[in-house]
Design a protein around this ligand. Structure first.
Ligand SMILES: [Zn+2]
Length: 122
């Protein structure tokens, strides 16, 4: 009786592990590595930078606020900003299609797109 329960636990653990690996594979497959960091201010695209080029850019929003975007090693992140909440700075670097960094106070969105754009493009 005891052994049977132990075996069931092992089977459950293995099943969970397989599920976790499968989920990870699906995420890897659906979220492809992006090609561009697209900058949107107030819903309008203002610039796009290739993720392959390491750079640091100051994004000045319509009302004169500044977010510093850094692209390094194929990842984009906001390293500094003069917004009050600094949530955009705290967000981790993004590199995969569909990932975003949002600065709500500045109405700024940095989005990763693939070479052929997002699949919602029409
Ligand atoms: Zn911000």
């Amino acid at each position: 009786m005891k052994n049977k329960r132990l075996r069931n636990d092992i089977i459950l653990s293995v099943a969970l592990l397989v599920l976790a690996i499968a989920a990870w594979g699906v995420i890897r497959f659906t979220h492809k590595t992006g090609e561009f960091a697209v900058v949107e201010i107030d819903g309008k695209e203002t610039a796009r930078y290739p993720l392959g080029d390491d750079m640091s850019v100051e994004i000045v929003t319509g009302d004169g606020h500044v977010n510093t975007l850094v692209i390094a090693g194929g990842r984009a992140s906001v390293v500094s900003a003069d917004c009050p909440d600094k949530l955009c700075v705290k967000q981790p670097a993004i590199s995969r299609t569909g990932e975003t960094i949002i600065c709500l106070p500045h109405r700024l969105v940095i989005r990763i797109e693939g070479e052929s754009g997002v699949d919602t493009a029409s």
